[in-house]
Design a protein around this ligand. Sequence first.
Ligand code: Q9C
Ligand code: ZN
Length: 394
Amino acid sequence: MQVVYSDDELLHNPLNEMTGGEWKPYVESPKRLVSIKNFIDRHPEFEVVDPNDYSLGPILDVHRQDYVCFLQSIYEEWVAEGKPAEACLGETFSLPAMTGKIDPEVVRKTANKSASGKMGYYTCDLSVCFVKNTWRATYASAQVAISAAHRLTEAIVTKDKSQSIYALCRPPGHHSSHQMAAGYCFVNNAAVVTRFLQNYTFEDMNKAKKPYGFDLEAIRKQEFSTGTATENKKILIVDIDYHHGNGTQDIFYDDSSVFYVSLHGFPDYPYFTGSAEETGRGEGIGYNINIPLDPKTTTDAIYLDNLERVLNQQSVVDFEADVVVVSMGLDTWHEDPIAGMKGLVDMNTYRKMGSLIKTSASCNGRPVLFVQEGGYTIEKLGDLAGSVLQVLLF
Ligand code: Q9C
Ligand code: ZN
């Protein structure tokens, strides 16, 4: 199985985050990726490949242009205002301005007048911290995901390669929405590849591809052109991260061409979403399934039973997805320092998750793109990822 990975993803390395009223070491550490990469390097069934560069286009098919500008420049603006170079963090959040009484465009303009205003407007918790190379790592993470989508498409076209691929992404993405960074996430990698698979033909993908080389000045000068929907591909997103993927859900909430399914600890971060009552809106009604699970009582058997049930549920099967995107968080493991289901204690459960993804009626025979999300038991991450991927290797 091919694994797309870039060293640039390691460059985002904040010191601390504020969690539960305490300053703690930043849990979403580059060591996570190093650990998975070491595991991959020791197992010859995996082949590590470099990403290519597809520019900002695919990112802008998901995220607002002003938000992408914010991601690119906020750190420099923060430092230019004389604020501490170690950490660019929010100090207020935009809720007080969002009462609906002020024109949202006026709020946006006011927020954009200062670095703290921007942090308050575009971020929503204290797990979002910018350091010098945050955008560089975020850009690399998105290009890793897009490159994996392109390679998977190539495998579909030529039919001679494995029909699944692993995007070893960091920072993760599923808490990020159109104009929002949250929960260690800046760009929603799973959403970006979903739109990329839908909007680009194989020829477009080949045309957009350049060798990867991060160049901030060149990126800033890029035309903010976005793709146009050319193929009506249907994408099933299966989110097995411990946390609810509120960003991904939000992005596709009105959309019947993307089916979002999530199993997650509940109630827990992100605290406001993830209930089973969230089923989609308008055209998207019925294309969003949340399975909230009690982290204290969920066992291996309960988890697998829920995953099996939803992946064989009639509406998901009838959707007839063209491609499956798995938001692969590994933070359901019972030892996870910030998450974890107390009863998920068996490594075989992760093998069975992979096998359900391979064989269930909604996924069977479909190409699968694994996108790395959370997971914080640094030493266990390779085993966990390897277990999920095991049955899909060949
Ligand atoms: N005590 C991902 O797994 N802080 N994000 C939670 C819990 C934020 C998790 C603190 C957790 C975000 C991608
Ligand atoms: Zn998570």
